[in-house]
Design a protein around this ligand. Structure first.
Ligand code: NAI
Length: 249
């Protein structure tokens, strides 16, 4: 199969919905074999059913649990001869509330899934690559957010987690370069997915007005950039944060 990631094995979290699902579809279209991982196993298997090509795998994974991620990698290595060299961290949650009403639980959960989950999956995946001596050419792509830079009403926990993902990406980039692994962050703007379906209409109107393109983005438009960062076409892009917002100010 031809394509910019032909012959590669990809591990995608948050693969049951929105951006993660679109990334799985794009990477499969570009020739990769995809492991679609999500807390929601049913949705992950529905994603696999949509993919071009064969031998894709769906797995139930909780990115806040090292045991769950390690078990997933055991399953992956039972299924494929080598571990994945492409990793996309798209699992994410929101627990929005005005700052003075934000509970410690909602703060912790968002930081755990969005930031710690990204760290745990990346570390376990890169260790597997290094152990199997396939790390050279590896690529990790983390879904951060433009609001990590700009802030957003009622999202101080989410903004902190996404700014953290950018810092994590820049720090890890320096450590991982010697193993031939690149790591980058994509910062989506306002994208039409299950995550944004719950945003009240009047807030949607405000967010679209802040977008130069005058509309929400689609998951496919994010997946295009993620696939580029996974591929060797971006071989000198490392530790970067790339806005994909339609111009969000
Ligand atoms: P979504 O809500 O459609 O999909 C997120 C997926 O992550 C779901 O399938 C969910 O089951 C999974 N998930 C949640 N917790 C998990 C866990 N502990 N372990 C494994 N999987 C888990 O969200 P969407 O919109 O596709 O977002 C994807 C990423 O992009 C997220 O990190 C999000 O923060 C980020 N993003 C999204 C934007 C948007 O406008 N939709 C804007 C900026 C960033």
């Amino acid at each position: 199969m031809s394509g910019i990631v032909a012959g590669k094995l990809a591990f995608v979290t948050g693969a049951g919905s929105g951006i993660g699902r679109a990334v799985c579809q794009k990477l499969a279209k570009e020739g990769a074999t995809v492991v679609a991982a999500d807390l929601n196993a049913k949705r992950a298997s529905e994603t696999v059913a949509l993919l071009e090509g064969s031998d894709h795998l769906s797995l139930a994974v909780d990115v806040v649990s090292p045991n769950s991620i390690n078990e997933a990698f055991v399953s992956v290595l039972q299924h494929y001869p080598k571990p994945p060299t492409l990793v996309v961290n798209s699992a994410g949650i929101t627990r929005d509330n005005y700052f003075l009403k934000l509970s410690e639980t909602d703060y912790d959960q968002v930081l755990d899934v969005n930031l710690k989950g990204t760290f745990l999956v990346t570390q376990i995946a890169v260790k597997a690559m290094i152990n199997a001596e396939v790390s050279n050419g590896g690529s990790v792509v983390n879904l951060a957010s433009i609001v990590g830079k700009l802030g957003n009403l009622g999202q101080s926990n989410y903004c902190a987690s996404k700014a953290g993902v950018e810092g994590f990406t820049r720090g890890a980039c320096i450590d991982l370069a010697k193993f031939g692994v690149r790591i980058n962050a994509v910062l989506p703007g306002f994208i039409r997915t299950q995550m944004t379906d719950i945003v009240p209409e009047h807030i949607k109107t405000i967010l679209i007005a802040k977008t130069a393109a005058g509309r929400m983005g689609t998951p496919d438009e994010i997946a295009e950039v993620v696939a580029f960062l996974c591929s060797n076409k971006s071989s000198f892009v490392n530790g970067a944060s790339i806005d994909v917002t339609g111009g969000f100010f």
